[in-house]
Design a protein. Structure first.
Length: 485
């Protein structure tokens, strides 16, 4: 097949070749679109969002013609994915039925999160997941790179984050770096900055932006293991305390966070940084004379307000660098689980422009965040947590997810950016388990982000899924979970 790729779109020829070859087509790239059977063309005046596209197949034309048109690189890539879906092999021939498809996603944020702090997977696994995200027209890779069990990104200003903080995981949380080196001498458990750049480019070639997550103030045990002075309890004990919180009242700790973010921002062109913000154990602040004194001096009434105070300073710093902040929905200052030992914020309000990622608590918290003017990514854990069992979240239940909860008015529905599905890594020590949990439910959730809820049809989806199912079996993604869906 002769293929014309519009230079303006900056499409990666190698990736386009891989799509066509998987479909049984052997591309020959030409510079003259009139000589091409497949024309992939970017037109600035093409109507719709920057992810809309049109695919036209004219099998009866002379010569046969397939045209993909969009106003962006992303739209053209989605057209290529649809072309891949349409191709059929029959007696050695490749068949593409005549059609005109005009399509656009329901939501602009369609995310998959991989937790590599708890168990590190490595660059080739990540690239394979990005390939399947692209197949499903997902556009956001949420990379959970730091948490209590391990720190997974090189920060040149603070080398001990990796020389100490990376030498651990969920299975072996108590090994010292020396014990780790003795047991796993050749096992590198973090990404260099060059490797990060490689993955960012690989994702970009597939129309995927990467959102890094750098946790503040909790889930910081790995960094505090490297530098105990960062922690509220750890500095008092003069050793790292598991589950500790950053002492956000100390200017030196704030400078550390800023310095880390300076390096992170340069690596990720998405200009959005996830700061976590969930499950902060406030007892570490409560037991710190330094923190309690700061709160009294600055009239900060609750620990939720202190977290908001720190979050808002962080938001302002990110904004000064041209970046936007996103965090789990504890960052709103609400007591999302109604815990008796947690007081909701009383004086501080989350900075405008912050994206709230809902994961836990009453669904009314989504409506509450929207009413306060925030954009929301809906990651309701009862539908989107891929680490949950198939009994808890079946294939069909995942497909039934509606990112727009009841009670959101028509005019406010645009405040729902979309959804994220999360692959937390507590119980994924190897790729077999990672793939068991992720596939096939990621396909059901991907459709929740692309297709309007009222037009979804599970029976039709299962029929269309059969082609991907064959591919995923061949790739080894579907094996022991075949009886789970």
């Amino acid at each position: 097949m002769k293929v014309y790729l519009d230079k303006k779109a900056s499409l990666n020829v190698g990736y386009i070749t891989s799509i066509l070859e998987e479909s049984g087509l052997n591309p020959e790239f030409v510079k003259n679109e009139k000589k091409a059977t497949l024309v992939v063309k970017q037109e600035k005046k093409f109507p719709g969002t920057n992810e809309a596209y049109q695919l036209t197949v004219l099998p009866s034309a002379a010569p046969e013609k397939v045209t993909i048109t969009a106003n962006s690189k992303e739209g053209l890539l989605y057209g290529m994915q649809t072309l891949r879906q349409l191709t059929k092999k029959n007696n050695g021939r490749i068949i593409i039925s005549g059609c005109t498809i005009s399509d656009t996603p329901q939501f602009p944020w369609r995310a998959f999160m991989l937790d590599e702090s708890r168990h590190f997977q490595g660059i080739e696994v990540v690239k394979g997941l990005l390939d399947e995200m692209a197949r499903l027209k997902m556009n956001t890779f949420h990379w959970h790179l730091v948490d209590d069990p391990g720190w997974r990104i090189e920060i040149k200003k603070y080398p001990e984050l990796t020389s100490v903080g990376s030498k651990r995981d969920y299975t072996t949380p108590n090994l010292t770096p020396q014990q780790w080196d003795s047991a796993y001498a050749t096992r590198k458990m973090y990404y260099t900055q060059d490797e990060i750049r490689e993955v960012v480019k690989y994702a970009g070639d597939r129309g995927i932006k990467i959102i890094p997550e750098i946790e503040v103030p909790g889930h910081a045990s790995a960094s505090i293991a490297a530098y105990p002075w960062l922690g509220s309890s750890s500095r008092k004990e003069n050793k790292a305390v598991w589950g500790d919180l950053y002492n956000v009242t100390d200017p030196k700790v704030e400078a550390f966070i800023h310095n880390v973010l300076d390096e992170v921002i340069k690596l990720f062109p998405s200009k959005i940084v996830h700061i976590g913000g969930d499950e902060a154990n406030y007892s570490h602040w409560q037991n710190s004379e330094e923190v309690v004194r700061f709160m009294k001096e600055n009239n900060i009434p609750t620990f939720s307000d202190l977290q908001l105070y720190a979050n808002n300073r962080l938001s302002a710093y990110l904004a000064s660098k041209g970046c936007r902040m996103i965090g789990w929905n504890e960052i709103t200052g609400d007591n999302i689980r109604g815990e008796a030992n947690v007081q909701a914020s009383q004086s501080e309000k989350l900075a405008p422009g912050t994206i709230v990622q809902f994961w836990d608590g009453e669904i009314s918290l989504v409506n509450k965040a929207i009413a306060k003017g925030y954009d929301v990514v809906n990651s309701n854990r009862m539908f989107t947590y891929l680490d949950y069992t198939y009994d808890g979240i079946s294939f069909e239940k995942a497909y039934s997810f509606n990112p727009v909860p009841e009670g959101v008015s028509k005019k406010d529905q645009t405040k729902i950016y979309g959804f994220g599905c999360q692959m937390w890594g507590e119980f994924t020590p190897n790729t077999d388990r990672l793939y068991y949990q992720t596939f096939p439910r990621i396909a059901a959730l991907a459709e929740c982000g692309w297709t309007p809820y009222e037009t979804k049809n599970y029976t039709d989806f299962r029929e269309r899924f059969k082609k991907i199912e064959v591919i995923w079996k061949e790739k080894g993604y579907l094996k022991t979970q075949l009886d789970k869906y």
